[in-house]
Design a protein around this ligand. Structure first.
Ligand SMILES: [Fe+2]
Length: 386
């Protein structure tokens, strides 16, 4: 544990606690916090929205990428190999790709660089791996331990968000005082089966394994299918979790920070899942995500389905990237709707990646970037004035 300099204090007009009962109507609360909602933080009450900038120069900026447009821009996502899928964002500790698996994988994949997390955005199919067979459907997370051999047989065209924990492993978050069965009971985690479908795919034909190590590919050829296990035992395997089995934490009186929705953790990043839930109902409670600068993390959101309640003009299949260094928060229409408590339930499903280290933007992402996103917080009146 780090021993932060701590001396809780307050100045001026302020609420008694965070995210509730603001001291005046029409003010904007901003959280400035460290260590991704776990470190020291202060809450400020501003006269103006912290997202009210009128001009922005330089590389640091909020960004939005429309991954639905990848194919149209010479960065085809429908590669035969998952390792050829375009990298959207990356740093030394993770790689974030979008892969369109539209055909039966001709080779086995083996990622020796780290664990892979697959999130099935569209489609369904069969996964065959060292540990057996697993049917995968839309909304599934699949954790593939480092160096597992696997291949996918899509039943319908699949769109897969792939997040590599480089030189690392996926683990579950500490569930602390809500206990091990909250959010999702580990009993809902599915694992591959040595079943007839698996045994039937074993053959004596020539098979290749594509291995990724140090980000370079090697191919190993066998005169038989190396997925030829007849059984296994142990506690290391592929694991599947569907977002529909997540029963989110929520409070009717307090807007919980994104960290309450943490699904998987690696050493230098976390994956959170936003799933349908009621919106806070207490009259004094904040109803939309608070404005914040999460100063130790870059934040990435992938929009899977539903109506994205804190964002205007965001469609499924898009990604927003909010690097550390500025305050972000709800879009004006969403903020106003929250203030008026127009919605009582959110049906959004989104996957968040928060990284402790700065992310680089891949060429493929730049090609599908919406350059106007930085100005998307302008209210309609501002837009009429410019
Ligand atoms: Fe954020």
């Amino acid at each position: 544990m780090r021993n932060w300099i701590k001396f809780p204090t307050a100045q001026g007009s302020h609420s008694r606690q965070a995210h509730a009962d603001f001291p005046e109507e029409g003010i904007y609360e901003r959280e400035m916090g460290r260590s991704g909602f776990f470190g020291p933080a202060s809450h400020m009450h501003h006269k103006h929205a912290p997202t009210g900038w009128v001009e922005w120069e330089g590389d640091l900026r909020p960004r939005a990428f429309d991954l639905n447009k990848l194919d149209a821009n010479n960065h085809p996502a429908d590669a035969a190999s998952p390792f050829s899928a375009p990298v959207i964002l990356s740093n030394a500790h993770c790689q974030y790709r979008m892969w369109h698996c539209t055909q039966v994988m001709p080779r086995l994949a083996r990622n020796a660089d780290g664990d892979d997390l697959l999130f099935i955005h569209e489609g369904q199919g069969d996964l065959f791996c060292d540990f057996g067979h697993l049917q995968v459907v839309k909304g599934d997370y699949i954790v593939i331990p480092r160096s597992t051999m696997w291949r996918l047989v899509p039943e319908s065209a699949m769109q897969i968000l792939m997040i590599e924990a480089t030189n690392d492993a996926y683990q579950l978050p500490e569930k602390g005082m809500v206990g091990g069965h909250a959010i999702f009971d580990p009993a809902v985690l599915d694992t591959p089966q040595i079943n007839p479908a698996f045994l039937q795919q074993q053959d004596e034909a020539s098979w290749q394994v594509e291995v990724k190590r140090h980000n370079r590919l090697s191919r190993i050829t066998y005169p038989y299918n190396p997925l030829d296990a007849i059984g296994w035992h142990g506690d290391l395997t592929v694991v599947r979790l569907n977002w529909r089995d997540i029963r989110p934490l929520m409070s009717h009186r307090y807007h919980l920070p994104p960290s309450a929705h943490t699904t998987f953790v690696a050493a230098r990043f976390v994956i959170c899942t936003f799933v349908p839930r009621p919106i806070e109902s207490d009259p004094g409670a904040l109803k939309v995500p608070f404005y914040h600068n999460n100063d130790d993390y870059d934040e990435v959101l992938f929009y899977h389905e539903g109506d994205f309640f804190s964002r205007d003009n965001i469609e499924k299949g898009m990604v927003t990237f909010h690097p550390a260094g500025f305050t972000h928060g709800p879009h004006p229409k969403a903020f106003e709707a929250g203030r008026q408590h127009k919605k009582t339930f959110t049906d959004e499903v989104a996957v968040m990646l928060d990284t402790r280290d700065a992310l680089d933007i891949g060429e493929a992402a730049s090609a599908v970037e919406n350059p106007d996103y930085v100005y998307s917080w302008r209210s309609d009146e501002d837009k009429q004035g410019t």
